[in-house]
Design a binder for this molecule. Structure first.
Ligand code: GDD
Ligand code: MG
Length: 371
C-alpha cells in the first residue's frame, strides 16, 4: 500500500527550533525524527512513500535521497503554496495509482499497529479508516466520537471544553479508498479534518475509527519534544538507538571523552566527538548530540542538546532544549522548558528560567536576562 507522509507544515508552535529546520527533521535522540517514522511504517510493510513537503524541502531530500538506505522508495512532491492536509494529497494523486492508500501526519511519534489497522479497514469494508488515540486534553486535536461498532459519528476539530464527549482523537493516520479523492476540489487549500472527512460522512460513506491504546505523541511543542525524548529513554516506545550502551542505560558514541563519575544514574545518551569535563555532571533524561562540550562544574539534566553545543563552566541546564551550535558561557542557568535557537550565544551569568525562547543567531550579553 502506498503512503503519503504530510510534512509541509511550518512547525510554528515549536519555534525557534523550526526556524532553520522542518519539524519532522529535528533530531529525536540523535536521529532525524522522520528516520524513526519511516522505520515504523516500514516495519508494517509500507515501503512506497510519497513525502509531501513545502517548508524547507531540501532538508528531507538531502538526507533520504530515494530512500534506498532505509530500504524504502521515496518520491517527493513540494507545494509552492500550502494546499492543506487533503489538498496536498489531491495534488499528488497521479502518483497514487488506483489502490487504497495511507496518509500520515508526519509529526507524530506513534506505535499504532498498522498491520491490524489495515486488517480492520478490510474487515469493515471501510471507505476511510482513521486511527484514534485517547488523550487527556483533546482541545488541541481533532475529536472523533465513534459508536459501539467503531463507526465515526462526527468530527470536531479543535473543540472547546464544552463540546467534548469523548477522549478519542484523530491520531493522524488514515487508510483511504481511492474513489474518495473524487470529492476533493483540485488546486485548492482543503483539509481532511474540516473538509473531506465531514463531507464524506454527510454523503454516507463508511468512516471507521481504529481505536488504539499504543504509544502516541504529537510533537507540536517544546514540552512535547522533551516528553518524546523522556519516553524513548524510559523505554515507553521501541527505538533503534544510534549509540551503543556502555553502562546500564547509558549510551555513548565514538570518540567522546568522559569520566564514568560524571554519570551516576541513567538513562542518558551522548553522541560522537564530545568532551565532557571530569567535574561536569550529566544527569538522567539527558540527550547530547555530536561535537558538544560540557565545561567544568556544569550540570545537565532532563535536557536535549543538539550537535555542536558548547556549555561553559558552572552552568545548570535543566528540562530545556539547546539547538544546533549554541555557545553558552559560564554560570548560566537555563530551566523549565526554555529553548535556545540555533547558533545563539549566551553570555556569562544569564538566568533563563521560565520557558524562555531565544531566537536563532541571537547574542545575549553577560548578565542581560534574569527571568
Ligand atoms: N504538504 C502539506 N501541506 N503538509 C501540511 C500542510 C500543507 O498545507 N498543512 C499541514 N501539513 C502537515 C504538517 O506538517 C503535519 O505533519 C500534518 O500535516 C498535520 O498538520 P498540523 O499542523 O501538525 O496539524 P495539528 O497537529 O494541529 O492537527 C492535526 O493532527 C492532530 C494529531 O496530531 C489534525 O489532523 C488533528 O485532527 C489531529 O488530532
Ligand atoms: Mg501536529
Amino acid at each position: 500500500m502506498k503512503a503519503v507522509i504530510l510534512a509541509g507544515g511550518f512547525g510554528t508552535r515549536i519555534r525557534p527550533l523550526t526556524c532553520l529546520n522542518p519539524k519532522p527533521m529535528l533530531p529525536l535522540v540523535n536521529k532525524p525524527f522522520m528516520h524513526n517514522f519511516i522505520s515504523w511504517i516500514k516495519s508494517h510493510g509500507v515501503k512506497d512513500i510519497i513525502l509531501s513537503t513545502g517548508y524547507l524541502p531540501e532538508v528531507f531530500e538531502e538526507y533520504f535521497k530515494n530512500g534506498a538506505d532505509l530500504g524504502v522508495n521515496i518520491d517527493y512532491i513540494t507545494e509552492e503554496v500550502p494546499l492543506g492536509t487533503c489538498g496536498a494529497v489531491k495534488n499528488l494523486e497521479k502518483l497514487l495509482g488506483n489502490d487504497t492508500f495511507m496518509v500520515f501526519n508526519g509529526d507524530v511519534l506513534s506505535a499504532v499497529d498498522l498491520t491490524e489497522m489495515m486488517k480492520f479497514h478490510k474487515d469493515k469494508k471501510s471507505d476511510i479508516t482513521i486511527a484514534l488515540t485517547p488523550v487527556e486534553d483533546p482541545t488541541s486535536y481533532g475529536l472523533v466520537p465513534v459508536d459501539e461498532d467503531g463507526r465515526v459519528e462526527k468530527f470536531l476539530e479543535k473543540p472547546s471544553w464544552d463540546e467534548i464527549t469523548t477522549n478519542l482523537i484523530n491520531a493522524g493516520t488514515y487508510i483511504i479508498e481511492r474513489k474518495l479523492l473524487e470529492l476533493v476540489p483540485p488546486n485548492e487549500n482543503y483539509s481532511f479534518e474540516r473538509g473531506l472527512f465531514p463531507n464524506a460522512l454527510e454523503i454516507g460513506y463508511k468512516i471507521f475509527g481504529f481505536v488504539s491504546s499504543a504509544y502516541w505523541l504529537d510533537l507540536g511543542t517544546p514540552a512535547k519534544y522533551l516528553q518524546a525524548h523522556y519516553d524513548i529513554l524510559n523505554g515507553r516506545i521501541k527505538f533503534d538507538f544510534r549509540e551503543n550502551e556502555v553502562f546500564d542505560h547509558i549510551r555513548i558514541g565514538d570518540n567522546t571523552a568522559y569520566q564514568k563519575e560524571s554519570m551516576l544514574s541513567s538513562p542518558i545518551v551522548i553522541g560522537n566527538n564530545c568532551q565532557i569535563d571530569k567535574s561536569a555532571k550529566i544527569n538522567p533524561l539527558t540527550v547530547i548530540g555530536d561535537d558538544c562540550k560540557i565545561g567544568a562544574g556544569s550540570a545537565i539534566s532532563g535536557s536535549v542538546l543538539l550537535d555542536g553545543v558548547s556549555i561553559g563552566k558552572n552552568c545548570i541546564i535543566k528540562d530545556s532544549i539547546i539547538s544546533y551550535n549554541v555557545t553558552i558561557k559560564d554560570k548560566v542557568i537555563i530551566e523549565n522548558n526554555s529553548v535556545i535557537g540555533d547558533n545563539a550565544e549566551i553570555g556569562n551569568n544569564n538566568i533563563l528560567k521560565n520557558q524562555i525562547k531565544i531566537n536563532v543567531n541571537a547574542k545575549v550579553k553577560d548578565g542581560e536576562i534574569f527571568f
